[in-house]
Design a protein around this ligand. Structure first.
Ligand code: COA
Length: 332
């Protein structure tokens, strides 16, 4: 279907908490070592929010966006917070962020798609813009993973960090820029491999759920690794093929930062080298919905992305959820 409008990112913002947990810290609390963590995951350190909740991370990111663009809170039409660590089951974190920043004309909602959250939120936000209904939509990826990490489980605790990053989407009639295409998928048969079972309507909180550690992330790392490699690599390759993008047409792969080996496998399948892959997993670990926008903010602010650059965004997460998007950068 041809569109009259494309959705383009016109501003970005990010927030990472100050506390750094490096691999040495984990050597002091669990049986692990820096060499294992770096070689198996690529992670050297991650951030932890000591006080506050996901809405505080998200608020930090949107405030940074406002400060760097000059856009005012009252101009925002809609706020989408992509997260699996909402402050509460309800109200939505988006409502709390709206109130924190005084976005008095906005509506909003939370979107739950785990590590694919930003990719899914980006498509939803872009659709609101492309329809012509809204002019300024903010999509935020925000997760306080430290709130659901079991710091005695060495299989998962070394992987995750806290962060938030935001993009502002606006309409453009220039079809050469903006979100061009997405391939998005879910497969709920993956529920057993990666989940947090306690606390919802399936297993409401009880002494038993607490005793059985069901309010923490559970991950069968090996099983997830196998499907993540295939899911991310396949959809990234598919989006290139579908849109006749050759490896040389792609400026950057912007992958979800879960594991450097999954990222490398995706780049290999796309036929591109490491120099064309956005990577910051070493500094932040897996920040779930925040990884992709965090990469975009850092690379943009470092002057590494220019107008007209083709990006392939790719993610895989709990659900399972996964996908890839073709986005052409639209601002200098
Ligand atoms: N330090 C040292 N050893 C550790 C460890 C740690 N932090 N965590 C696990 N190990 C051990 C395991 O106990 C296992 O020991 P064993 O062979 O004696 O049982 C050994 O290391 C190998 O474990 P394995 O699970 O095969 O490691 P791996 O190479 O698969 O790496 C992950 C583990 C979690 C890093 C990897 O599976 C992964 O990244 N999975 C996917 C994560 C992901 O993409 N999630 C999706 C989105 S969130």
């Amino acid at each position: 279907m041809s569109k009259n409008l494309n959705a383009v990112i016109t501003g970005v913002g990010m927030y990472v908490p100050e506390t750094v947990l490096d691999n040495k810290y984990f050597e002091s609390i669990i049986e692990t070592n820096d060499e294992w963590i770096v070689s198996r995951t690529g992670i050297k350190e991650r951030r932890k929010l000591e006080n506050g909740a996901t809405s505080d991370l998200a608020t930090g990111a949107i405030k940074d966006l406002f400060a760097s663009t000059g856009v005012k809170p009252e101009e925002i039409d809609c706020i989408i917070v992509c997260t699996v660590t909402p402050d509460m089951l309800f109200p939505a974190t988006a409502c709390l962020v709206q109130n924190n920043v005084g976005a008095v004309n906005a509506w909003g909602f939370d979107l739950s798609a785990a590590c694919s959250g930003f990719l899914f939120g980006f498509q939803v936000g872009a659709s609101l813009i492309e329809s012509g209904t809204y002019k300024k939509v903010v999509v935020i990826g925000a997760d306080k993973m430290s709130s659901i990490v079991d710091y005695t489980d060495r299989n998962t605790c070394i992987l995750f960090g806290d962060a938030a990053a935001a993009v502002l989407l606006e309409p453009t009639e220039d079809k050469s820029i903006g979100l061009k295409d997405s391939i998005l998928r879910v497969d709920g048969s993956g529920r057993e491999a990666l989940n947090m079972r306690g606390g919802g309507s399936y297993m409401p909180p009880s002494h038993e759920t607490v005793d059985n550690k069901l309010h923490y992330i559970y991950q069968d790392g090996k099983a997830v690794f196998k499907v993540a490699v295939v899911g991310m690599a396949d959809t990234s390759y598919e989006i290139m093929k579908k849109n006749n993008l050759a490896p040389e047409d792609v400026k950057y792969l912007v992958p979800h930062q879960a594991n450097l080996r999954i990222i490398d496998a995706t780049a290999n399948r796309m036929g591109i080298g490491r120099e064309k892959v956005m990577i910051n997993i070493d500094k932040y670990g897996n920040t779930t919905a925040a990884t992709i926008p965090l990469c975009l903010v850092e690379y943009y602010r470092a002057g590494k992305i220019k107008k007209g650059d083709n990006l392939v965004l790719a993610a895989f997460g709990a659900g399972f959820t996964w996908g890839a998007s073709w986005y052409t950068w639209g601002i200098d």
